[in-house]
Design a protein around this ligand. Sequence first.
Ligand SMILES: [Zn+2]
Length: 275
Amino acid sequence: MPLRWFKRAEAPDLIDDADWAFAIHGLPLVATLPRAAQDRLRALCEQFLREKTISGARGFQVTATVRATIAAQACLPVLSLGLAGYRDFVEIVVYPAQFKVSRRNTDEAGVVHETEDWLAGEAMEGGPVVLSWEDVAPDRDDTGTNVVVHEFIHKLDMLDGQADGIPPLPQALRDAWENTLDAAYDAFCDQLDAVERAIPRHIDPESEAADAWYRSLVLDPYAATDPGEFFAVSGELFFFAPAALQQAFPAWYALLSRFFRQDPLAAQDAAMHQT
Ligand SMILES: [Zn+2]
């Protein structure tokens, strides 16, 4: 009797095979990792689930499958770093779909502006990570993007305050980081400016008709918002379309690889040569 009770109490932290298969089928990088690294990721996810609370909002039911899926995506960036980078928060809140956030901003003239945005994810400084399940579920078809990886990279960045693109860094990376980030960020902003100039005047740049022009960019234009967003958006690409990022910003890719202590492109190549 005591043994059974013990097992049942432990069970919610363990990920069963079916949930694990579901969790990683939208993560092509995982399939390219050696078996030992895949096992390490799964164990890290179980540790993550022991340390974090995941709760549903607006009636969303957090099942074992949902927990495994969020854990797998959240732990991928810290596979080599461990969970210490996520130590300043415990809570993850999941909405069934995108959620509305109201913000008040005061501009330089002292005028207060209220804006409303629909978000797929948000990482709050010192607070929870909020996610939309519709945007997390692995059967989406938008390759190269991942809102969980995006928000959890913000969390790594926020460990030393604002999400400014500069997380706490080992000494060996500190000097190169700011220069390399700034150079890649500025280059991307220039590329975006060139694309915006190329859009004919009769096409509204905010409309779907303008998408054809923006598609020539390696990153979502949102990456030009500030260096913090550039870090998060390019970090998504690092894990989900590493070849494209390496080709566009080789020095930045190399630095991300040293920071995350992972090389998704090399893993992909090694897996291809094995088959
Ligand atoms: Zn962001």
